[in-house]
Every structure is written in C-alpha cells, then in structure tokens.
Design a protein around this ligand. Structure first.
Ligand code: DOR
Ligand code: ZN
Length: 439
C-alpha cells in the first residue's frame, strides 16, 4: 500500500485529499476511519465520509486505506549541536533524522557553542540556522541572571540547569529564583534540568549502575522539591524525569517530560558509555515503574533529549566519556511498536508526542484541526522493522536502540509539503521558525 501522491514531487500548493485513513488524533475521533483535506499549507477539513458527495474538481488524492494519519510530532528537547559542536550533529542532519521519525517540530537546547545566554548569541544562532532545517524549529535560551530574561524574551522557552551537565550552564538557587520570578512576569515557560549536585556521590563510576548511583534518584526528587519552593508564579516544566520518586515530588501545576531511553533502556543493558546520560538510566524495576506512570498518563510529554556525541568520545574510559545519547528518529517508531504490543494506548502516544508538548510550549502545532499547519505523518502500523544506525542517519553514526523494533512513517508532510517519501528524506530546508501563541 502506498501513500504516494498522484502528481509531482515536493510542494503542491493546491488541495489534497487523504482518503480512508485511520486518523490518529483524539480531537478528530481517534482511530476512526476518515478523510482529510488540505488546502495549500493548512488542514481544511477532516472526518468520516468527507467526500461522500464526491471529491472537488482539481483535488489531488492520496490513498491512505489501511494507513494511519497522525499530526506531525513535536520534540521539545533536542540538542542539534549547531553552531560549535557540528562534529556531533548539525541542523540539517538532526532535522533530517527528526523527519524520518515523524517529528515535524523540534526545540533546540541552548548548550551549543557559544551557549545561548545573550541576545546577540540568540540572534546569531537564529541567523545561522535559517533555511537549513528540514522541519520547523524553536530555540531555547539559558538566562543566567534576572536581567538576561528580558534580553532573551524572543526565545521559544527558557532552559535552566540545576546541576552540571554538558555545557556547564548550571546556576545557583538564588539566581534560579530570580530567573523564575522574571520569567513569570513575562509569562515564559521555564524547562528545568532538575538534579541536585549536593546529593551526588563522589567517585569515578565505571558502569551504568555506578553512574546511576553517583547521580541518584534522590538528587532528582530533591531538585524538584527546590523548584517547587522557588517557582512562585512561573510556568515550570521538568525535563527527563527518570523515576517514580522524582514524579512523586512534582508539585501541582508543574508539567513533566520523559525520554524514550528512560522508558525503554536501563542499567541492565550492555551499552557501557553509549548508555551514559544525565540524569542516568535507572534499574529495570525503576524503568518499569516509570513506564507504568507514563502509560497511565501521569507524565505529560515525551521528548527525546537527543544529545549525540561521536563514537570516539563514547569509546573513551567510562568516567571520561561525555553524557548524552541520540534518539530523535526513533521515539515515535519505538513507541508505536509499544502501541502494537498493547502496552500503550494510541491516545496516550499522540497526546504525549504531539498535542501536549505543543500546548506546553504554546505553539500552534500537534493537532489535526481545521486551520492548523498540514504537518502530517502517514504510517503503516503493521510495518515493523529493526532499528539500525544506517536507517536513522545520525551524524554520530550510532543509536542506543540498535536492533530494537520500530514502526517508521512512510510519508511525512510539513505545511503540506512532502519531506519524507517511502521512508526517505526528500526535502531539505523547508523548516521555519515556530511562533508562540501569546497568552
Ligand atoms: O546527558 C546529557 N547530555 N544531559 C544533558 O543535560 C545534556 C546532554 C548533552 O548536551 O550532551
Ligand atoms: Zn538535554
């Protein structure tokens, strides 16, 4: 079965009808069979039997019988390493991999070089990435003083580091309090890397279990409690929670995110430093508890924390290898496989990977909705394949999910333009900066 459009390649600004698809959006009648009409860059209409009176003249058709049609996914936590660290990844390569996995919007973290801590750097980064992204994108900034907050107000959202990790952008509690206060005044979202350095244990771990003990679960719960005390009126989102203990510390009104690696990998895997990440992978039991919380809807969003490092760096001695692992192309494929295995509902998948992150960021994405951008993913849920480094095309050349099963999209559209066809990336540079919906 093919979702190939009848007609030319690339941009087709006219009307396109997607016929007999399973629409994967809770708002559009989740999992029901229906049709969808796009007009140029936007979704014009959708629903069952949309064309029972015939298809309007001049409309191209895409046969989606037996296929699923999902809103393009939103990955609110990626490190594309551009500028400054482009031996690991860059905007074209990282966004191409995103598209392969059905992700049509990414938000890039500020620990690039130089770090995005000033207005000048933010503007420079924006200029450098323009026209080079295969999917739509936003940019995080990292204010390191109260005054920096208004300087950086054009960023999509703010990131604060409460502990050391790649980039050394951590701030102390007093500065954090001031940044949260100023962000609240501006109504900006603050995403927190929540680990408390005072709870770290000394030593030079040589294994994944040792790494987990050196940055223990209590350090996350403790940092989250501090955030709760400091946050005031700020809108706070906690990145990459790894365990039930951290979740239990999350205050009412604060949103949370989980990564595919904390849901699907643990310290029992023979990954050595290729599985080294902050916060660390936990035990199989912790992972199971995290999965149950995610499946039950107690975590808002799924984001990858795609943080590639080169093979050479990861082959260093364990305690010297950098933390972080890639995942931008494999999150939807891996999670859709879990839906197939009946370990997760489709509704939860679409909510956590599209609607909720868009809502948290305040961007008009992640939904099948009349007037929304026609960012769409066509996938045959029966086509299970093995994940390989070759398939995901990261610049770093490896994936920690090698050999695991996934379901990749066949076609991906960005504002109505095909950017992936037959599972292959076919368009570059079509990505645009996202705009926030001002509250
Ligand atoms: O493991 C990590 N890697 N955690 C972070 O917070 C940063 C990331 C990176 O940029 O490599
Ligand atoms: Zn990160």
């Amino acid at each position: 079965m093919s979702a190939a459009r009848q007609g030319g390649r690339g941009r087709d600004p006219e009307r396109v009808a997607y016929l007999n698809a399973r629409l994967l959006d809770p708002a559009s009648g989740l999992g029901t069979e229906g049709d969808l009409l796009t007009d140029g860059e936007m979704i014009a209409d959708f629903g069952p039997g949309l064309f029972k009176d015939g298809i309007p003249e001049g409309t191209q058709t895409v046969d989606c019988a037996g296929l699923c049609l999902a809103p393009g996914l939103v990955d609110m936590h990626v490190h594309l390493r551009d500028p400054g660290l482009t031996e690991k990844e860059d905007f074209p390569s990282g966004t191409r991999s995103a598209a392969l996995g059905g992700v049509t919007t990414v938000v890039d973290m500020p620990n690039t070089r130089p770090p995005v801590t000033t207005r000048a750097v933010l503007q420079d980064k924006r200029t450098r990435v323009r026209g080079r992204a295969a999917v739509d994108y936003g940019l995080f900034a990292a204010p390191r003083s109260e005054g920096a907050v208004s300087q950086l107000r054009d960023a999509t959202a703010f990131k604060v580091y409460m502990a050391e990790s790649t980039g050394n952008l951590q701030i102390d509690a007093e500065t954090l309090g001031a940044v949260l206060h100023a962000s609240a005044e501006l109504g900006r979202l603050v995403v927190a890397h929540a680990e408390d350095e005072h709870r770290f244990r000394k030593g030079q771990p040589a294994t994944l279990a040792g790494h987990s003990e050196s940055r223990p679960k209590e350090s996350e719960a403790s940092a989250i409690r501090s955030l709760g005390a400091l946050r005031g009126e700020a809108r706070v989102h906690i990145a990459h929670v790894t365990c039930a203990e951290a979740l239990a510390a999350v205050p009412e009104g604060v949103t949370t995110e989980v990564t595919p690696h904390h849901l699907l990998l643990d310290t029992g895997r023979p990954l050595q430093a290729f599985g080294k990440v902050n916060p660390p992978l936990r035990s199989p039991e912790d992972r199971e508890a995290l999965w149950d919380a995610f499946a039950a809807g107690r975590i808002d969003a799924l984001a990858t924390d795609h943080a590639p490092h080169t093979r050479e760096e990861k082959e260093e001695r364990f305690d010297e290898a950098p933390s972080g692992l890639p995942g931008i192309a494999t999150s939807f494929p891996l999670l859709l496989r879990q839906v197939r295995a009946e370990r997760l509902s489709l509704e939860r998948l679409v909510d956590a990977m599209a609607s909720r992150p868009a809502e948290i960021l305040g961007i008009p994405k992640g939904r099948i909705e009349v007037g929304a951008d026609a960012d769409l993913v066509v996938v045959d849920a029966r086509r299970v394949v093995k994940i390989t480094a070759r398939r995901v095309r990261y610049k770093c050349g490896w994936t920690p999910f090698e050999g695991m099963e996934g379901v990749f999209p066949s076609t991906v559209y960005l504002h109505g333009e095909r950017i992936v066809e037959d599972g292959e990336p076919i368009a570059e540079g079509a990505g645009r900066p996202v705009t926030r919906i001002e509250a």
